[in-house]
Design a protein around this ligand. Structure first.
Ligand SMILES: Cc1ncc(COP(=O)(O)O)c(C=O)c1O
Length: 390
């Protein structure tokens, strides 16, 4: 069978590939500590699960509007009001099958052949594939610890080209967990807007910030009304497998998003949407907030443990559940490091090859979304591995 050139050009997702290798080792009876996937171990809040159980007895689960259930769009608008003190017209909210479907729809809506889209290196790898699927060109801007692995206005201005049509960024980001400071985000959005370019800001980890509860970082929508925001039920609400997310688009984009969503998906999962209404109750939010605190405690455990092992994390994360470890002092490439750690001490990690094209590939992403006991065991094994290199 002949596959399309675009399909053949799609890169593998090494986080998944290491997951498969880990599964093979587990099938041979090994206990693998899996720190390779960005998936919180909490699951959905209890009230969401209860709602799902009730819905399972209900045969009446028809398609919803392609843009999603009006009640859920309203609940999300209310969430912006209470969390970010910003009014969003619910009509601008498009419910999708995870942030992934939102990113796909947005790429379909915005990208023409040859359009350049600028993003940081390292970044979430799937974005590049979405852009390339619509014949756009990805312009990766190398970033390092000095700029917290994020873009800033100076880097944008330096790398901007005449055919750059859009800016994509995530704050906090995957793989580093580092956030863009509000002042930098504002400056970058202003710069892109002055060039007539669109801005997609992925805020999937924004509510999983590591600051105090009253220091919730603001959505970009608070200061750039025309920015496009992507978000999801996967991470903060712990609902990865439910496949539910959303985006907020400018009013003028709603109609094109609706046509695309009708054709590509008909609608997001009805049962997931109905159950997700329970995400926004005071009870569910307080569950999610206490889980956020748990993630902060896990971060502290991991940072202290990695330091002891001699594995530096050049920039500590501001949110999410990732650390980006510099393994260059081991003399191993990121890929070799991950291969050896998996085969020798049974810990699954993700090499920077997934997120970065920067030559030396010296970083490894560790996800601390797993239970403390697994993190402790993982740290012990990494310590043993590091000792074996001496
Ligand atoms: C930055 C970022 N955006 C989008 C996604 C996709 O998430 P979803 O499960 O909502 O499709 C992920 C998943 O890890 C991510 O890290």
């Amino acid at each position: 069978m002949k596959f399309s050139q675009r399909a053949q050009a799609i890169s593998p997702f090494y986080a998944m590939a290491f997951g498969e290798k880990a599964a093979k080792l587990e099938a041979q009876g090994k206990h693998v500590v899996k720190l390779n996937l960005g998936e919180p171990d909490f699951g959905a809040p209890p009230d969401v699960l209860k709602a799902m159980q009730k819905l399972a007895d209900n045969a009446d689960l028809p398609y919803t509007s392609a843009l999603g259930l009006p009640e859920l769009r309203q609940a999300i608008a209310n969430f912006y009001q209470t969390t970010h003190q910003v009014y969003i017209n619910p009509q601008r909210i498009v419910i999708t099958a995870g942030a992934s479907a939102a990113l796909l729809l947005l790429s379909a809506a915005l990208v023409d052949e040859g359009d350049q889209v600028i993003m940081a290196d390292p970044c979430y790898p799937c974005n590049q594939e979405f852009i390339k699927s619509f014949a756009g060109k990805v312009q990766l801007v190398p970033t390092g610890a000095g700029s917290h692995f994020q873009l800033n206005k100076a880097l944008l201005a330096q790398h901007w080209q005449s055919d750059t049509r859009g800016l994509m960024l995530a704050t906090p980001s995957n793989p580093t967990g580092t956030a863009v400071a509000e002042v930098d985000l504002l400056a970058m959005c202003e710069f892109a807007r002055s060039k007539g370019a669109w801005r997609i800001v992925d805020e999937i980890y924004l509510n999983l910030h590591h600051g105090d509860a009253d220091r919730q970082p603001k959505s970009v929508l608070c200061f750039d009304e025309q920015a496009i925001v992507v978000n999801s039920f996967s991470k903060y609400f712990g609902m990865t497998g439910w496949r539910l997310g959303w985006c907020v688009v400018p009013q003028e984009m709603v109609e094109v998003m609706e046509r695309l969503a009708q054709n590509y998906f008909i609608c997001p999962s009805t049962v997931a949407q109905k159950a997700a209404l329970q995400c926004f109750t005071t009870r569910s939010i307080s569950v999610c907030e206490s889980r956020r605190q748990t993630l902060i405690a896990r971060k502290n455990l991991i940072l202290a443990g990695l330091k002891k092992c001699g594995l530096p994390v050049p920039v500590e994360p501001d949110g999410a559940f990732y650390v980006y470890i510099d393994v260059s002092a081991t003399g191993l490439t990121a890929m070799n490091f991950c291969e050896r750690v998996l085969q020798e001490v049974f810990v699954a990690l993700t090499p920077s090859n997934d997120f970065s094209e920067q030559g030396d590939k010296q970083f490894v992403r560790l996800s601390f979304a797993s239970a403390e006991s697994e993190l402790e065991e993982g740290l012990k094994r990494l310590g043993t591995f590091m000792q074996s290199l001496i």
